[in-house]
Design a protein around this ligand. Structure first.
Ligand code: F6R
Length: 244
């Protein structure tokens, strides 16, 4: 596990964008696994600026997002499809027909999940998976529980996640109660993983996830078992980390 610690959020965003760009430079037709949330917004802005400046192209990239709310269409401004369009896809030269998110409006969610896994497999697997880190250690919508759920699957959101995400909705009752997420197994199959985290609020979970025991109660701790993980943090998020 490689740690890159930067002075601030802008530094974290820049260094994380460099990691993504190095994968795209190596193979223009790579497969990126992408995340939503507040943390990667600055990284996506760096990628969009670099594409506009002609430093990088996403024209042949395929992408698969980690997760999506159940019941929100892609036109809903809190759907993860909408987030990705706004923050990245509509700002770069990616072919939108090659951008994939789980379909939270599918009638048969289980079948959609199996199909999502098959599409990732058919694309050759994920070359680089980007992850944010939940305050409780969740990655994607894989919440703390007694086991590590393996493939893409529907999940009931915990009260703490509903509450954390309600800041983005008009009312807490508008927050969907379910989501679809890549499983821990889907994430662990990615050839390379990039974790981004910033701010003091993430300091204790960063330390727990990356230097504590590997347990499903801290889903991100499983990343300690992956052979190629880069963690990009700002100083605040790294402040409880003892790497000695
Ligand atoms: C987003 C996702 C979530 C977030 C996590 C951190 O697609 O799957 O696991 O990465 O909740 O969110 P932020 O970055 O808003 O702190």
């Amino acid at each position: 596990m490689e740690f890159i610690i930067t002075d601030d959020y802008d530094g974290m965003s820049r260094r994380a964008a460099d990691v993504v760009e190095s994968v795209v430079e190596d193979d223009g037709a790579c497969v990126l696994g992408l995340a939503t949330g507040s943390t990667p917004i600055g990284m996506y802005a760096c990628l969009a600026a670099d594409q506009a400046a002609g430093k990088i192209s996403f024209a042949d990239v395929t992408s698969f997002n980690l997760d999506e709310y159940v019941g929100l269409a892609g036109t809903h401004d809190q759907s993860y499809r909408y987030f990705m369009d706004q923050n990245l896809f509509d700002k770069v030269d990616i072919d939108k027909t090659r951008t994939n998110l789980p379909d939270g409006c599918a009638e048969d969610l289980e079948a959609m999940c199996a199909d999502y896994e098959a599409r990732i497999r058919d694309a050759g697997g994920i070359d680089l998976q980007v992850l944010g880190l939940g305050h409780n250690g969740h990655i994607g919508f894989n919440e703390p529980r007694a086991d590590f759920p393996v493939p893409t699957h529907p999940v009931d959101l915990t009260e703490s996640t509903i509450e954390a995400n309600s800041r983005l909705f008009d009312a807490i009752d508008d927050v969907p109660r379910q989501a679809v997420t890549m499983g821990i197994g889907t994430i662990m199959k990615a050839r390379k993983i990039l974790v981004v985290a910033n701010g003091e609020g993430k300091a204790s979970i960063v330390a727990k996830a990356f230097t504590g025991p590997v347990v499903p109660e801290v889903p991100a701790s499983v990343l300690q078992l992956h052979p190629d993980v880069t963690v990009v943090l700002d100083r605040e998020a790294a402040s409880a980390l003892d790497l000695a």
